[in-house]
Design a binder for this molecule. Structure first.
Ligand SMILES: C[S@@+](CC[C@H](N)C(=O)[O-])C[C@H]1O[C@@H](n2cnc3c(N)ncnc32)[C@H](O)[C@@H]1O
Length: 217
């Protein structure tokens, strides 16, 4: 089990708990979270979900890509802030997870056409999506592929769009210099890539399990 999947790793500090309690889940997210628990899936924290809604709303997002649908907690948060005609494209290897997400999205009264759920491996699907066509890319799937997700996001995002990476601090593992687990090393590499690539201007937020937000220059 990776640090990101350990329940304790989701709660790195009292401040993170306070921040999550500050913006509790709206009703539809509670149903998605229940579904996630049932499937044994981690989901973005309520504070992270609030940040996702804020991000999509602040930039008037019409198009977003989500890498890692899960049971739909983050999908609902993104859609809540997007324009009423906005379309979320969400990718997951597991049809069962997407079926659960579809149920909560429909249950929230969101038309099916606003959530394009694609079942497949992210690194097979992302290259098929159009260049510069997206306002937001959220990364929340396999940490071992984070570097490739960042590279794909640089291509997919329009200028002024935002890359958002969940589990950027991985339950404290990323900040722990003695931790050299594969997932930790690769997340550090992905964070460093956003610092060194001309395409991005990043900020690392300590909400939830760590949220990297990077402007596509
Ligand atoms: C942490 S969960 C996503 C949680 C979701 N973002 C939320 O907050 O509700 C990670 C998801 O990524 C999916 N996944 C793992 N590896 C993947 C890959 N290589 N391509 C696409 N999806 C993947 C898993 O099936 C799982 O549903």
């Amino acid at each position: 089990m990776s640090p990101a999947e350990k329940p304790s790793a989701q709660r790195p500090s009292a401040s993170a708990d306070y921040a999550d309690a500050f913006t509790p889940d709206p009703d539809p997210a509670a149903a998605a979270r229940e579904s996630a628990t049932h499937l044994g899936l981690p989901a973005v924290s309520s504070g992270t979900a609030a940040a996702l809604t804020l991000i999509t709303r602040a930039i008037g997002a019409r198009t977003a890509v989500e890498v890692g649908t899960g049971a739909g907690v983050s999908s609902l948060a993104l859609l809540a802030g997007m324009e009423p005609d906005g379309v979320l494209t969400s990718i997951d290897t597991e049809a069962e997870h997407q079926a659960a997400a579809r149920e909560v999205i429909s249950g929230a009264g969101i038309p099916n056409r606003r959530a394009r759920l694609i079942t497949g491996a992210a690194l097979s699907v992302l290259p098929k999506l159009s260049d510069g066509a997206y306002d937001v890319v959220l990364v929340d799937a396999d940490p071992l592929e984070y570097v490739e997700y960042v590279e794909q996001a640089a291509r997919l995002l329009r200028r002024g769009g935002l890359l958002v990476v969940n589990h950027a601090l991985l339950g404290g593992a990323v900040a722990d210099e003695t931790n050299e687990d594969d997932e930790t090393l690769i997340i550090r590499e992905a964070l460093a890539a956003t610092q060194s690539m001309d395409e991005f201007s990043p900020a690392l937020l300590t909400v939830g399990d760590g949220l990297l937000v990077a402007l596509r220059n």
